[in-house]
Design a protein around this ligand. Sequence first.
Ligand SMILES: [Mg+2]
Length: 358
Amino acid sequence: MQITDVRAVQLTRHLDRPQRNSRESRSERTFTLVLVETDAGLTGLGDAYGDQALMPTIIERRLRPMALGLDPCQIDAVWRRLFASRAFWETGGSVLCGISAIEVACWDIRGQAEGVPVAELLGGRKRDWIEAYASDLHWEEPPRMAETAARYVEQGYRCVKTHIGAPGEGDRDLQRVEAVRQAIGPDVGFMIDVNTVFGPEQALAFGRALILFRPYWYEEPVWPVDASGHAWLRARLPLKIATGENLYLSQGFEPLWTHQACDYVMPDILRCGGIEQTRQICQTALRHGVIPSPHNFSSGVGLAATLHLMAALPETEWLEFDPTGTAIYEELFIEPLQVERGRVRVPTTPGLGVRLRK
Ligand SMILES: [Mg+2]
């Protein structure tokens, strides 16, 4: 089989309420879906989760010419060709996101060609449902956040995550955390994500103030590449530290292991290099006593890839799931996406089990 075309299709969705974290405020979300076509008539889907201003160019101008003519079922060979055939390497950022998207599309094609879901190609489905946490609660007025959080708990989620770290609003952020904790009660897990906003000292002070509210984990408290900063905090705080969504390639995660920098590691299939890189990162994490909890804040394509990997690797915990309905999940799936009481069903049709509606 040969790759005959690689196309990028962008979709933009306006958000009714902005999604604000410590770094940015989004009033719309754009997704770049990647269609890898073959001479066998099969089309694989990927999701290019990099800088949305660049992704169509990276996919169609840089990566497409390199991918044409390759056998999509030889996934490792495709990956090597895209990643390692130039003198000047791109070892992270949007180019790696583009490579990840094409890698995911190749798994989709291979699954379709063999008539099996991707989880089977990854060693077999060990579970049919993956427990998810509601990843939303972007900072806004505390009562509003409390109301939204309570709704997720009512829907059956056993964990919710907030995105705070609003610039110059440390005290207000603690009010937000307090309001959410009160609304969800003592037994629901509560992840707190500050999206890399602090230096180590500030992160320590804020972390100490969070202890009272019993966070499930404290996510990306400092710069993503500061493994020793994460380790320094971890040694000083009685909180679990989570990080990894901004790292690339299995080698890029090594400083986390050597510094014992985290309790949970969050590789993103669509950023770190694809399904195979993520699988290696998860397996290495487990050898170091770190729990893999894949990052996912993408379209239904990235969600499906994450579901298949988590189904095949039962040691992974907590699917990151966007419950706001803005991530084009339902429209994409052959079978309607099944979300029940905070769990998401692993697709059962061949490949990723997702396709674009005509
Ligand atoms: Mg995060």
